[in-house]
Design a protein around this ligand. Structure first.
Ligand SMILES: Cc1cc2nc3c(=O)[nH]c(=O)nc-3n(C[C@H](O)[C@H](O)[C@H](O)COP(=O)(O)OP(=O)(O)OC[C@H]3O[C@@H](n4cnc5c(N)ncnc54)[C@H](O)[C@@H]3O)c2cc1C
Length: 432
């Protein structure tokens, strides 16, 4: 049986960047186990591809997400430019449709400054300034962030995985962790084909399955999760440049982790609208509402008996979910939502669907959506759950924070030095 010092579950952007830091700082036997046949097959490729900059993130409730997104921006930019990965810094305008929403933009200006942004990075434009910049946009005002843009996170993840492999990390694809056996000194991971490996320490970065994996270690038992598919429609080339900047809208319900569909300028030059947030039964139900009867029944049981049931009694949540559902079965309903700020769009301008992705927000035992990622330590394991947007943007800095935490806990020794690396670990930690 193979034996490793550290095993990471999940070769998405988080597991892969953690493997990179570990392999530049230590000479340990490290492997990443991934159930699919390749790296970054789920959220890390199936996302909006937006490089966020934390003007809208609460520096207390989302401290780690905000700091990581701020620090990671330039780290990704270096990697993208050295590897010819598309990086388009066209900016984002977050728009307000009325005076009430404008107050949220004013709050964002304060939050943005707390998160380290300057007046060069963010400014509020009134409707006439916006008309000059984007004549086809219709709104009350907008917060313009110059640093946001688009990239391809799937390619960035693959590039980092190659660097990790060069440092000696093994990526074991088609290895689906089914069972976990823990002793006082090590963890035995058993895969669906009944093969297994032993590791001194395990880091759970299993994305939409991370809560299920944590529960296999008997952790986070009072928590539950929901899966929401985000769908996109691709714009015809004749209307793709109607608006040249990413457009986001102020969220209607701040207590829920969903936004209205955006106007997204993809790094490949295409324009898409989306994502909505349609409830589905698994983190991989990309084409249907249910995966199979047993998955559906198990999710329904989870909802009815778990912490999610409080949400079902919340009329705002039910109204939001039904609207999202409608925009899944009807393209016109989705386009109608975008028409509110780009009046010229019509359903026939969006002939094909884009690549959908699934977000998995976690619900606390009290029945509320959890705002930050959850970090929890087991006997010989560390788990990162609820690693949602803007997780792709923040992955290089956040994964350095995780490694630093494991050092502080004494799980990892202080490293002697860092091998030749594209990013400087000590510099990131000093700025954290
Ligand atoms: C629709 C959508 C839009 C988004 N837009 C943006 C955006 O514009 N900008 C941004 O910064 N972020 C965005 N995000 C968030 C971002 O994509 C995620 O935060 C990030 O990709 C999460 O990375 P991860 O590595 O944790 O998860 P994943 O990429 O899902 O990786 C987890 C991996 O674990 C593997 N795995 C799971 N279970 C097992 C098991 N039992 N055994 C072995 N392997 C297992 C999976 O196969 C998967 O490869 C978006 C997300 C979605 C879904």
């Amino acid at each position: 049986m193979q034996k490793y010092d550290i095993t990471i579950i999940g070769a998405g952007i988080l597991g892969t960047t953690i493997s990179y830091w570990l392999s530049t700082l230590y000479d340990l036997k490290i492997c990443v186990v991934e159930k699919e046949h390749d790296i970054a097959m789920h959220s890390s490729t199936r996302n909006s591809g937006v490089i966020h900059y934390p003007f809208y993130l609460d520096s207390k409730r989302k401290k780690n997400f905000a700091r990581a997104a701020f620090l990671s921006h330039d780290m990704w930019k270096v990697l993208a430019s050295e590897n010819n990965i598309p990086w388009v810094q066209g900016g984002t305008i977050e728009i307000a449709l009325d005076e009430e929403q404008h107050k949220t933009l004013e709050k964002y200006m304060v939050l943005g400054k707390k998160n380290g942004l300057t007046e060069e990075d963010i400014s509020i434009l009134d409707s006439s300034e916006l008309k000059k910049k984007e004549p086809n946009l219709s709104c009350y005002s907008g917060l313009y962030c110059t640093k946001e843009g688009s990239t391809n996170y799937g390619l960035l993840t693959k590039t980092i995985s190659e660097l990790s492999k060069n440092n000696g990390v093994s990526f074991l694809v088609k290895h689906n962790v089914k069972y976990v056996e823990e002793t006082s000194k090590e963890v035995n991971l058993v895969f669906s084909d009944k093969s297994s490996l032993t590791s001194n320490f395990v880091i759970n970065c299993a994305g939409g399955n991370s809560l299920d994996v944590a529960k296999k270690f008997r952790l986070l038992n009072g928590y539950s999760d929901l899966h929401f598919r985000g769908e996109y429609w691709v714009a015809n080339s004749d209307i793709a440049n109607l608006v040249k900047t990413n457009i986001y809208t102020v969220p209607r319900y701040t207590q829920f982790p969903f936004l209205d569909p955006h106007w997204i300028k993809r790094a490949n030059g295409e324009t898409e609208i989306g994502p909505n947030a349609v409830p589905v039964d698994s983190p991989e139900a990309y084409d249907s509402f249910i995966t199979d009867i047993s998955t559906s029944l198990s999710k329904i049981t989870d909802i009815v008996t778990g912490s999610t049931k409080k949400l079902l009694l919340n009329p705002d949540f039910i109204s939001l979910v039904s609207k999202e559902f409608l925009s899944s079965i009807s393209k016109s309903a989705m386009v109608e939502r975008v028409k509110k700020f780009i009046p010229a769009v019509k359903p026939e301008n969006f002939p094909k669907r884009g690549t959908s992705g699934i977000r998995t927000p976690v619900i606390s035992p009290d029945g509320d959506f959890v705002s930050e990622m959850i970090e929890v330590e087991g006997k010989n394991s560390f788990h990162i759950v609820n690693y949602n947007t803007p997780g792709a943007t923040g992955a290089p800095a956040y994964s350095a924070f995780v490694v630093k935490k494991l050092q502080k806990k004494g799980i990892l020794k202080q490293p002697k030095n860092q091998k030749n690396s594209i990013w400087d670990f000590n510099k990131i930690i000093e700025q954290a």
